[in-house]
Structure formats: structure tokens, C-alpha cells
Ligand binder design. Structure first.
Ligand code: ZN
Length: 324
């Protein structure tokens, strides 16, 4: 079975120069790397033979690559524009070297929305990228703000999806909810809360009425939304109508959202997602190198779902949505 994994990360030397040390993050990367059996930063930096060997060892045919979180989102335009361009050029060189094995999502300098639109256009039309990845809020601003709408508009026009990937939650949320509990702020809990809320802000802002063909990808089996979407809708559809939305909130989840399996290796959650959204809306992803290819592939192979649904998740949906 062909396997396309679509949330697979890399980092660049320029990013490493700019990112500041964080005691907890260093602890996390070291302890997590020990658990996974590889050095997370070293594997992030490799875009060649070693990455391919890790893929081959476990049967990952294609990685759709993206710049790691938060990437350019953590910086102002003076850094972000050059950083995104450099990352996208490196990614393009990687795709050119191994066209059957790698595809790409663009990194965007959201600090400067017109520059982000230009970079998205360049990456899709000139470099053959399959979409873009945005890592949460732009230094405390969510992207439902009107100044960011040209980015969404251009993605719809180009016919490419945008992967809304987690980053450390909004600084006020970190302070209010996670002060003293930094280990909960990231992958264990905070990432999902921040990213699902960001997506719902896009829904309630009317973004998908303005751009009905726009597709958003959420990782980690939809950041909790498949489990919570019915209650969310029950208690908000009237307010959504009052706000002027054309459809009930839950309908935008069905029409404008697809999700991936990245780093959520729990079959009950997968079954919930399958029942809530359907097999056409789930794509395979691992989240390399924060997750192990071995774990992701064993999860995929062991799922007790039909072969037809498994093939959709493993590759067919990616072929249809991304053209990989
Ligand atoms: Zn990721």
C-alpha cells in the first residue's frame, strides 16, 4: 500500500540561529528524543539520505514536508520574509532532488500579509508546492483578522489547502492556563486547544462563506473537534445565524475541514473521527521527527477498519486533495 505522510517537518540553519533557548523545550526535546531513539533537531535538519533511510525502513513512500513550528510565525517581517523564502527554496531543492519522495507545503511570513500572499503564489505556481502550513497565531494575533484574509483568498484561488498547525498557545492563554504547568501548554493539551479554537474563529468570522472552496487541514485527528463538534454546534448555531453565517457551524467542519492522523495513535479517537467526518476527510501523517515513523506505520497497519478506508487514509485522499 502506498503511504503518503503529510505533516513531516524540517528546520533550517537560519531558524536555528534565531530561535532562543528555552529550558523546558530543551528538556522536552532531549527526553522525547531519548524515547524515540533519534535526535529530533538533527533529524529536522536532514533533508537527504538519512531522512530517506528512516522512511524506507518503515514504508513511508512520500513525505509532504513543512517548516517546523512556529517557523516564521514567531518573528516580525524583518526576519520572517527572508526566513520563509530560504526555507521554501531549501524545500524546493529537496523536492527537485527526489521528486517521487518529497512534496511541500509553503512557509509563509504572516507578519506581512501581502508578502505572505506573494510567497504563497510563488511557491505554488513556480515551485510546485501543494499548499501552505501556518503555525497558529502571528505573535498573539489569530488569522481570522481581516488583514490576513488575502492569504486565505489566495489559497482558495490557487486551489490549495492550508494546514493549520499548532504552536505554543496565545501568550495570554499560556499565562492564564499554563503558568507553572508548562508541560501541558504544548503537545499534551495546549496545542489542541489553541489550534481548534483558531479554526473555530475562522468559521465564526465567516471565512468559509467568503471562500467556500477553501480547505483547512488540522493535524492530530482534528485537535479534538470530531469529539466535540456536535455539542459545539448545538450551543452555537443560533448565535452563528445571528452573526450572519450562511450555514450551521458543523457544516463548515464537513465542507471545509480535513484532518490528519499525526501523532495521535489511539484507535478509539480514530474511530470517532471516522464516524464524525468520514474516511474521505482523514489523511495519514506522522509528525516526523517529533514522532517515530515506526509508530505511525504500525498504527496505520494495525487499524481495524476496512481496506478501502485504510487506502483512502494512507494515500488516496492525499492524491485527490494534494495531487501527490
Ligand atoms: Zn507537526
Amino acid at each position: 500500500m502506498r503511504v503518503v505522510a503529510i505533516e513531516e517537518h524540517f528546520l533550517t540553519p537560519l531558524y536555528r540561529e534565531h530561535v532562543t533557548a528555552n529550558e523546558y523545550r530543551n528538556y522536552y526535546l532531549a527526553s522525547r528524543g531519548e524515547e524515540l531513539g533519534h535526535d529530533i533537531i538533527a533529524e529536522n535538519m536532514d533533508l537527504g539520505a538519512k531522512r530517506l533511510a528512516h522512511m524506507d525502513a518503515h514504508g513511508v513512500d512520500v513525505q509532504v514536508l513543512s517548516f517546523g513550528s512556529p517557523g516564521p510565525q514567531a518573528f516580525g517581517a524583518e526576519v520572517a520574509i527572508a526566513m520563509a523564502r530560504d526555507a521554501n527554496d531549501r524545500l524546493h531543492a529537496t523536492m527537485k532532488a527526489h521528486p517521487a519522495r518529497f512534496a511541500g507545503f509553503a512557509a509563509l511570513p504572516t507578519a506581512d500579509p501581502p508578502a505572505a500572499v506573494e510567497e504563497l503564489e510563488r511557491c505554488v505556481t513556480k515551485l510546485g508546492f501543494k499548499g501552505a502550513m501556518i503555525h497558529g497565531h502571528q505573535r498573539g494575533e489569530f488569522l481570522d483578522g481581516k488583514k490576513y484574509w488575502p492569504i486565505w483568498e489566495r489559497a482558495e484561488k490557487l486551489g490549495v489547502p492550508v494546514y493549520l498547525h499548532p504552536a505554543l498557545p496565545h501568550p495570554d492563554a499560556v499565562k492564564a492556563y499554563f503558568d507553572g504547568y508548562e508541560e501541558l501548554a504544548r503537545a499534551p493539551w495546549g496545542f489542541a486547544v489553541d489550534t481548534s479554537c483558531h479554526f473555530l474563529r475562522l468559521v465564526f468570522a465567516g471565512l468559509f462563506d467568503a471562500y467556500p472552496r477553501l480547505k483547512i487541514i488540522l493535524g492530530h485527528l482534528g485537535e479534538g473537534l470530531p469529539f466535540a463538534m456536535h455539542r459545539m454546534n448545538e450551543h452555537s448555531w443560533a448565535a452563528a445565524k445571528r452573526r450572519g453565517l450562511k450555514k450551521q457551524p458543523i457544516e463548515y467542519l464537513r465542507d471545509n475541514l480535513v484532518v490528519t492522523t499525526s501523532g495521535n495513535w489511539f484507535e478509539p479517537a480514530l474511530v470517532c473521527t471516522l464516524l464524525a467526518l468520514g474516511a474521505d476527510a482523514i489523511l495519514f501523517a506522522i509528525d516526523w521527527p517529533y514522532e517515530a515513523n515506526k509508530t505511525g506505520m504500525e498504527f496505520l497497519r494495525s487499524l481495524s477498519i476496512s481496506d478501502a478506508d485504510k487506502a483512502k487514509i494512507a494515500h488516496r485522499n492525499a492524491e485527490r486533495l494534494l495531487g501527490v
